[in-house]
Structure formats: structure tokens, C-alpha cells
Write a protein that binds this ligand. Sequence first.
Ligand code: NAD
Length: 249
Amino acid sequence: ALLLENKVAVISGAASARGIGLTTARKFAQQGAKVVILDLDAQAAADAAASIGPQHLGLACNVADKDACVKAAAAVFAAFGRIDILINNAGITQAIKTLEIDATSWDRILDVNLRGVLYLSQAVIPYMQEQRAGAIACMSSVSAQRGGGILGGAHYSAAKAGVLGLAKAMAREFGPDGIRVNCVTPGLILTDINAGKISEEKMVEIVGGIPLNRPGSVDDVAGAYLFLSSDLSSYITGAVIDVNGGMLI
Ligand code: NAD
């Protein structure tokens, strides 16, 4: 049997061709889910959904905009009549020194990576409460655990560490409603977010510190999302799954 038969899955930040989100959407569809891709650009989201198959949906949604999240969740419910899975995947990063972070750059990074997780979860959870079931997976990062070290600045580390606390708080609060909330903490995954931004020298250094001796792929992360979204993880909530090749051992 397929792992996500008849499930409706909403995935934020999933229009980027080489990104973790779209790879996850494809994997979920292969497991029988109907997927809804949310991303900044309506056309890009629609094209990404169409590239998976006709029964999937792509919608514009800036996760940092509460009204946009509420509208998107309502549109998903109108289209499919339920929401089983939410993947809070949207995120942005910025390489910057701590002393150079100003209010604008702090707000930009925190708004998408942390506030966005709150807003989209707030928009989707009422539907899950009504169903008395739901699975939410949130994107954190190894940057939260080791204070950066790859690309993001301190604001990115702070935002992704905030995601861990927010997810655990939601896991505690909504567990009695049958809703599970977990996080993934990927290490270095090759996507557009870091493409061309890491020198060959730095790459050799990073990979040298990874016991599995390679950077991660988008599939590696999508596999963890799939596990956390399916009944294979039915008794797991408030957990954090490292997807980092052993970087923190
Ligand atoms: P990516 O840039 O390919 O994908 C991010 C997607 O989020 C893009 O499609 C972008 O348009 C979308 N997005 C940005 N702001 C948004 C907003 N306000 N509302 C909705 N969508 C928005 O990068 P990726 O590597 O696939 O990143 C996915 C997630 O994984 C991010 O949260 C990132 O921080 C996290 N992450 C990535 C790595 C890595 O090494 N690539 C490691 C740890 C965590």
C-alpha cells in the first residue's frame, strides 16, 4: 500500500525546481497524496504542481502574510475537503556577519523562517482539529544546533532555533487533538539556496567533517519529511530528525 493514500498535503516553498519542497511534493504524490504547492509566485506554484500531475494544486502564498496563509488554507479545503499534512518548508537565508545585521535583515529572515511557520500552522491547524488528525513537519537546520557555520547568519540560526521551540510547543498543545508536529534539521543540502555560494575549498572542508562523506541531496530530506508525514511515525511528536550525514556526531 502507498504511504500517503488519499492524503492532502500542503507544502510551502515548493516551487523551486531543484529545491527540497518540490522534491518532497513529487515523493508525496508517488505515495498517493494530493499535494498543494505554496510559493511566492502564483504561476511558478501552478507550473510546479502541473509538473507533478493534473490533480495537484499550486497557489501563491507568502507565508509571512497571515491573511495569505488563511486564504490559502481555505482554498485547499475548498478544493479537497481536508488537510492531512502540512510541511512548513519555505525559508530564506543570508550570509552576513552578526555585527552587520540591521532591523531590516533581521525582520526579513525571521518573518519567513519563523513567523511563516506560525502563520501557516495557525491557518491549517483548525482543519486538522476538526478532523482530529494531522501531521506537521517543520524545517529547521543544523545552523540552529551548531550556531551556523555553513551559509546563514546569526539571524538565520536564531530563526531556525525558534522553529524547534515553536514546533515543540505546538506538538504539546495539539497532541490531544491528534496532531503531530516534528522538525527536520538538515545539514548541507545542495539546492538553489546555496548553489554557487560555497567555494570548492570550503566544500572540501565541510564534507571532511561529514561521516557519510558527501553533501546531502534533496531526496535525503524529502525522505525524512515522508517518514514524519506518514503513519510510520504515528507515535512520534515533538521530535527533531537530523538529516546531516552525521555532521554532529
Ligand atoms: P530553495 O531556495 O530552493 O527553496 C526555498 C523556497 O521557498 C523557494 O521556492 C522560495 O521561493 C520559497 N519562499 C521563499 N520565501 C517565501 C515566502 N515568504 N513564502 C513562501 N515561499 C517562500 O531552498 P531549499 O534549500 O530547498 O530550502 C528549503 C528549506 O530548507 C528552507 O527553509 C531552508 O532554510 C531549509 N534548509 C536548507 C538547507 C540546505 O542546505 N539547502 C539546510 C538546512 C535547511
